[in-house]
Design a protein around this ligand. Sequence first.
Ligand code: HEC
Length: 430
Amino acid sequence: MKAQQGTGRNPSAYSRMARAIFMVQIALVSFSAQAGVTDQAMQMHKRLTQVEPTQAVLSQMVSLISQGNHIAAALVAIDHDKNDLANVSFSPRAKYFYDVTLRSMFNSWVTNANLPNTPLNDYYALLIGAVREGIPFKEVLYSDLIFVGQGTGVAAYNYSANNNYTDLENKVIQGTASLAAEVDFRQDVQENVITANGTINLDMVGNKTAGALTLRGFGNEFYTAGTNRRVAQTIYKEYLCSPLMTIKDNTISDHRVRRDVDRSPSGDSMQFISNCKGCHGGMDAQMGAFGSYQFTNNRINGNSTNYAGQNVGGGTHKYNQNGNVFPQGYVTVNDDWSNPWVNGQNSALGWDLSQPTSGFGAEPWGRMIAHTDAFATCMAKRAFTQMCAREPALGEEVYINNLTNTFVSQNYSMKGLLAEAASLPPCRGN
Ligand code: HEC
């Protein structure tokens, strides 16, 4: 009744008040929308680079986000003028995307022992460089690529030492170089860089280089001693998000299982059939691809000449060592391989049957792995996890599917994938 009285007494006062309240409400709404956008920009920038944006970059991002263009805003945060470190055209802090974020994202991929802060090396550098240059990320497993440090105080590339990369890394730490800059960190082909330092004999059919798989940093972790089966372990885990434990298949033939694997561990042949064979049947058949490789004298060496005589037992070739455990097992005589996992339960990995599923050497094997559906989905999951600082939850498959589809349709751009992941509502906040 009071309002009625009031209205009756002074109608225009009421409508003035209503209008004033309405205006305040509008102001509040747009203020909170503005605050939301600023928070999103901040969050995206911090996830992408680990640091806060400069004021100029923040306003640029806020304006793009206000127009609904989150991905463009993310790219502002990480696009660095790679050709001229001194003349930064976008964000001066974009370099931290390369020097810090990618550095930590790829750490577990490049180390067998899962040590934190693995020193920069050519394998690591390839992953970071491929993101920077927009190289289709699948190519890190098969293309003839290498990224090499350059500039004063940086040793020349050496196929039997890591100095080039430790020197570069020291400069990055001192703030006098960045992995974001072409001037500090250049793309080349392995054949140019490695053979210029002497002749590296990859000793494989066609002498083919295969991305990370033929780089020293990779060899140092995965071809050292052992039996080269660690390659399958790391590649399935890191690039297909499929640890061997999750994909072992006991129905696969054991005809390629090498002689060092006991067919009756602790006197129990069922052990072999129900456990060992599940991994070794498919893994040993594929790891034939790396049959020529050793990591000795601080470098990758091909050693196919050592196969001579291995057919008749004994010998020192790592693939044929401990031949007395099961002498009837498979004897490696070259680098031929095949992939029995394309059939059966592991067909779920989505093999691209227009790619090789058998062959000689590492290059076609890397090509096969990189063209699976599992590869693209795994990269999408990793991007989500990095940018949301948590793994995707149940019910968030739609985000992973969308990320996977754009990743593939945008020619496997890891930079685009990370920008898109950073832009997702669960990662950027509302
Ligand atoms: C989950 C997959 C998986 C299963 C199951 C498995 N292995 Fe292996 N095996 C591997 C991997 C990966 C390596 C390489 C490890 C390395 O070099 O660090 C390996 C290496 C080996 C080696 C070589 C060791 C060396 O360096 O000399 C032998 C021998 C072996 N396994 C035997 C067996 C036997 C016997 C069983 C069953 C009791 C078995 N494996 C079960 C994955 C598996």
